[in-house]
Design a protein around this ligand. Structure first.
Ligand SMILES: CC(=O)N[C@H]1[C@@H](OP(=O)(O)OP(=O)(O)OC[C@H]2O[C@@H](n3ccc(=O)[nH]c3=O)[C@H](O)[C@@H]2O)O[C@H](CO)[C@@H](O)[C@@H]1O[C@H](C)C(=O)N[C@@H](C)C(=O)N[C@H](CCC(=O)O)C(=O)O
Ligand SMILES: Nc1ncnc2c1ncn2[C@@H]1O[C@H](COP(=O)(O)OP(=O)(O)OP(=O)(O)O)[C@@H](O)[C@H]1O
Length: 535
């Protein structure tokens, strides 16, 4: 029988060929399994093509392989029972995790709750991940991938790229903070939630395999700095990379800006990278251009103009209306006058990067312009909730730069005063709190400080840290309960004012004392503004 994918036994033989250990024989397999008298297990090892692999026991499917590795907080070995209970028949472990001082066998048969499974010990297991995925997924058939990195804008750009590609007739997908979505002619369907912005390599492959099976030709993928640093994208062929910007974030993890910037630059080493889109208005882009490989085609985007010789897109004039931006667009591929249903300069920049990436990859300019007219705003990203009292914008800004950009942008769209409601997350980069306080003071007329995901910290302490950046305390009100804070800000606002709610965006929970409490800001705003007539 012809099989496109190997069995576990064949996989072990292939790994042995890579020089890791002695080639196993069938006799070894029979001897290992025989004592458990598990005929079914033998069949799974020697007759059944491998079908799924996971690092996370909670995702283990029937007849899958569970890869148990040590993480930064936990050891995957603690979840073997969970994986076996959920259907895994095999656990891959690094050879070093075998009993101290003893040489690990290549495999042995074990039992948990009367269920036999096979435990394989592979030397340098993590270095074989790229090889493992090629044995299980049709990686060569994966859709064209555009990966987006940068401190801010990844989700927005991924969404815009996927919307535009699908409106041009190519079924598309996006993978990132908002989950995994598929797009057909601009209409998006949420396929699954994601635990991480950039999923681990095996989860990512599962999403890409499903995209392949559903006939998608294009996928926009968010590449977070954690994901890049932890090599979650390694060996995933990436046609195009987009870098949006670099400002302070995640220093609790990366420790300093150099390490953070270096993590992002890893995107340039992605396998198969042909195109790179850089932000001419961001200094870090110049470092990217200096070190990108000669064979990668560069293109640029800018909110002002491009230098001589820079191929790409820019905007010469931007008018801010109550519900969007009117722009004069100039690109290497053509020019146009456009109305974008997006708020804020940075969303125009996000649009430019998406358009440039698609033009570079051969999408027709005219089709993209026609598609632009059908674009939808992005959930929780400068999302406008107009009403006759004072418009509300729900935005996901949770970094100093994002808050600054969101407030500056909102200011341009308002004729009245600007109000901001925000807090900061607990147990994360504390240094950004006072910076965000200072930004709110300089950019907004009125500030309401409130709860965000305080996690294990006291929200009162977090707010005290934010206040350290504010000396005009008369501008500030503190209302701990987030819904009450929003109501307070909106009721104190006047007609033609704008109230920006920063930090929660699309999320549907508040994480307090390590518990997720149902909280949907967008739904709350709809309810609140529906009763505006009672004001
Ligand atoms: C610090 C960090 O980034 N940790 C990530 C890392 O976890 P880890 O390797 O340390 O794993 P661990 O939690 O110690 O667990 C060890 C092993 O046990 C497994 N396990 C764990 C629990 C369980 O029930 N069953 C199970 O099998 C885990 O899958 C893992 O293989 O690798 C895991 C798999 O890829 C990630 O899910 C996990 O993200 C955690 C949840 C996290 O909070 N990460 C954040 C900081 C993050 O990565 N954020 C960025 C976006 C940031 C942004 O731009 O805003 C992201 O891409 O999501
Ligand atoms: N190009 C940009 N430059 C600066 N700020 C931006 C840009 N695009 C979006 N923002 C701001 O950053 C917030 C987050 O945007 P988005 O979700 O697109 O970024 P992200 O990089 O995916 O962030 P995260 O990884 O934290 O989810 C937005 O709500 C907005 O306030």
């Amino acid at each position: 029988m012809l099989r496109s994918k190997p069995t576990l036994f064949e996989l072990l033989q292939l790994l042995a060929e890579l020089g890791q250990y002695e080639k196993p024989s069938r006799h070894m397999l029979e001897t290992a399994i025989a004592p458990s008298l598990s005929e079914n297990l033998y069949k799974l090892c020697d007759e059944q093509a491998l079908n799924d692999i996971t690092l996370d026991s909670r995702q283990a499917s029937k007849n899958s392989i569970f890869v148990a590795i040590k993480g930064s907080a936990l050891d995957g070995q603690a979840f073997i029972e969970d994986a076996i209970t959920r259907g895994s028949f095999c656990v891959l472990l690094d050879a070093t995790s075998y009993e101290l001082g003893k040489a690990a066998p290549l495999f042995e048969c074990k039992q948990i709750n009367n269920k036999a499974y096979i435990c394989c010990y592979v030397s340098d297991l993590a270095t074989h991940f790229p090889y493992l995925i090629k044995c299980i997924f049709d990686t060569e058939d994966f859709p064209n991938i555009t990966a987006i990195t940068g401190t801010n804008g990844k989700t927005s750009v991924a969404n815009l790229c996927a919307q535009l590609a699908s409106l041009c007739g190519v079924k598309a997908g996006s993978i990132g903070t908002l989950g995994v979505s598929h797009y057909d002619l601009g209409k998006s369907t949420l396929m699954s939630e994601t635990l991480n912005t950039t999923p681990d390599l095996f989860t990512l492959c599962r999403h890409l395999q499903s995209a392949t099976n559903k006939g998608l030709g294009f996928v926009a993928l968010e590449a977070s700095s954690h994901g890049l640093a932890q090599k979650r994208l390694r060996s995933i062929r990436t046609n195009c990379g987009i870098f949006t910007n670099l400002t302070q974030d995640h220093l609790d993890y990366h420790e300093n800006m150099q390490a953070y910037a270096a993590a992002k630059r890893r995107l340039m080493s992605q396998e198969g990278l042909q195109y790179l889109v850089l932000n001419a208005d961001d200094d870090e882009s110049k470092n990217w251009a200096d070190i990108s490989a000669q064979n990668i085609q560069l293109a640029w985007y800018s909110m002002s103009t491009l230098a001589k010789g820079q191929k790409g897109s820019y905007v010469s004039d931007c008018q801010y209306t109550q519900d969007g931006c009117e722009i004069s667009l100039h690109t290497h591929w053509g020019n146009a006058q456009l109305v974008l249903p997006l708020l804020g300069d940075f969303n125009v920049a996000n649009y430019l990067s998406s358009l440039t990436a698609l033009c570079l990859q051969g999408f027709a300019f005219d089709k993209l312009i026609a598609a632009t007219k059908k674009l939808q705003g992005i959930v929780g990203r400068m999302e406008l909730f107009p009403n006759s009292h004072a418009s509300i914008i729900v935005d996901y800004a949770h970094t100093p730069d994002a808050l600054k950009q969101a407030l500056k942008s909102a200011r341009r769209h308002t004729r009245g005063e600007l109000h901001v409601v925000f807090g900061c997350g607990g147990n994360r980069d504390k240094s950004k709190r006072s910076l965000m306080g200072a930004i709110a003071q300089s950019e907004a007329d009125n500030i309401v400080l409130t709860q965000d995901n305080s996690r294990m910290e006291s929200p009162v302490d977090i707010i005290a840290d934010i206040k350290k950046g504010i000396d005009q305390q008369t501008k500030v009100a503190v209302v701990l309960d987030r819904k009450s804070a929003i109501k307070h800000a909106w009721q104190s606002a006047k007609q033609e004012d704008i109230v920006v709610l920063a930090g929660k965006g699309h999320e549907d929970y508040l994480e307090i004392n390590n518990q997720r409490i149902d909280y949907n800001e967008r739904e709350y705003v709809k309810t609140l503004t529906a009763v505006e007539s009672e004001l």
